[in-house]
Design a binder for this molecule. Structure first.
Ligand SMILES: CCCCCCCCCCCC(=O)SCCNC(=O)CCNC(=O)[C@H](O)C(C)(C)COP(=O)(O)OP(=O)(O)OC[C@H]1O[C@@H](n2cnc3c(N)ncnc32)[C@H](O)[C@@H]1OP(=O)(O)O
Length: 214
C-alpha cells in the first residue's frame, strides 16, 4: 500500500465514525446555502467601511459559535436515501461546502457516465462575464473522476488535458457530461465537456485516472 493510500484509508475510517446524521445534513445544507449567499453579497456589496467592519464583527461571532463544536475532519461522505454516495464536503459537489457551487452529479443509466446541470454565479468569474478557467477545470476533474468511479474503475487523476473552445458564460444554465472511453489495466481514460445554453461545448477535457498500486 502506498503512503498516500494509507493516509486516505486512515482518514476515511476516522470520518466514517463521525458521519453526520440526516437531520444534521439537512441543517448544514441550509447553512452552507446561506453562506454561499453571503459570499455573493460580499463580492457585490457597496456598503461603507464602517458597515463592512460591523458586519465582519458579526460574522466573526457566528464563526466562533460554529467552531464551538468542531469536527477534526470535514465529513467525507454519506450514503443518501437513494443509496448513492454523497461527497458532502467536496469542493465541487458537496452540499455542505459553501465553496462548492454545488454541482450535483447524476448517473446516466446503461454505462452513460455522469452528467450535471448547474449555473455558476459571478463569484466564479475569471475574465469579465465568463467563468474562470481553473473553476471549469475543477468541475471537469470532479465529473471525470466520478465517471471513472461509477464505471467501477476509480483512480487518482494522473493526467488532465483541457481544451478551452469558447468562453463559458456565468449566470446561465450549463451542462457537463463525462464518460469512460477506455480501461487499460489500472488506467481509466475519460472524456468530458461543459456545454453552454446554445448546446456548444465551451471546454472539453480528457483525463487518465490511475488506481494506486495495492
Ligand atoms: C459516485 C462516486 C463519486 C466519486 C467521485 C470522485 C471524484 C474525485 C475527482 C477528483 C480526483 C482528484 O483530483 S485526485 C487528486 C489529484 N491527483 C493526484 O494527487 C495524483 C497524484 N499522483 C499519484 O498519487 C500517483 O502518481 C498515481 C496514483 C497517479 C500513480 O501512482 P502509482 O500507482 O504508483 O503508478 P505507477 O505504478 O508509477 O504507474 C502505473 C502506470 O500509470 C502510468 N502513470 C502514472 N502516473 C502517471 C502520470 N501522472 N502521467 C502519465 N502516466 C502515469 C505509469 O507510467 C504506469 O504505466 P505503465 O508502465 O503501466 O504503462
Amino acid at each position: 500500500m502506498s503512503g498516500a493510500e494509507a493516509v486516505m484509508r486512515r482518514d476515511f475510517a476516522a470520518r466514517e465514525r463521525h458521519a453526520p446524521d440526516e437531520a444534521q445534513v439537512a441543517a448544514l445544507t441550509g447553512l452552507a446555502a446561506r453562506v454561499r449567499e453571503l459570499t455573493e453579497a460580499v463580492v457585490h456589496t457597496d456598503v461603507d467601511p464602517a458597515e463592512a467592519d460591523a458586519v465582519a464583527a458579526e460574522i466573526a461571532a457566528l464563526t466562533a459559535r460554529l467552531t464551538a463544536a468542531r469536527r477534526e475532519h470535514p465529513p467525507v461522505a454519506a450514503l443518501g436515501a437513494d443509496g448513492r454516495l454523497r461527497h458532502l464536503a467536496n469542493p465541487v459537489s458537496g452540499e455542505l461546502n459553501p465553496i462548492a457551487p454545488p454541482v450535483l452529479l447524476e448517473i446516466v443509466p446503461d454505462g452513460g457516465g455522469v452528467r450535471a446541470e448547474f449555473t455558476l454565479s459571478d463569484v466564479y468569474e475569471g475574465p469579465p462575464s465568463f467563468v474562470h478557467g481553473g473553476v471549469s477545470a475543477l468541475i471537469l476533474d470532479q465529473l471525470l473522476g466520478a465517471a471513472a468511479a461509477v464505471n467501477g474503475t476509480p483512480g487518482m487523476t494522473a493526467t488532465l488535458e483541457l481544451r478551452y473552445r469558447r468562453p463559458t458564460p456565468h449566470g446561465v444554465p450549463l451542462t457537463a457530461e463525462a464518460k469512460v472511453s477506455r480501461v487499460d489495466g489500472r488506467k481509466t481514460y475519460v472524456d468530458a465537456a461543459i456545454t453552454g445554453p446554445d448546446g456548444k461545448a465551451t471546454v472539453q477535457a480528457t483525463a487518465m485516472f490511475v488506481m494506486p498500486q495495492g
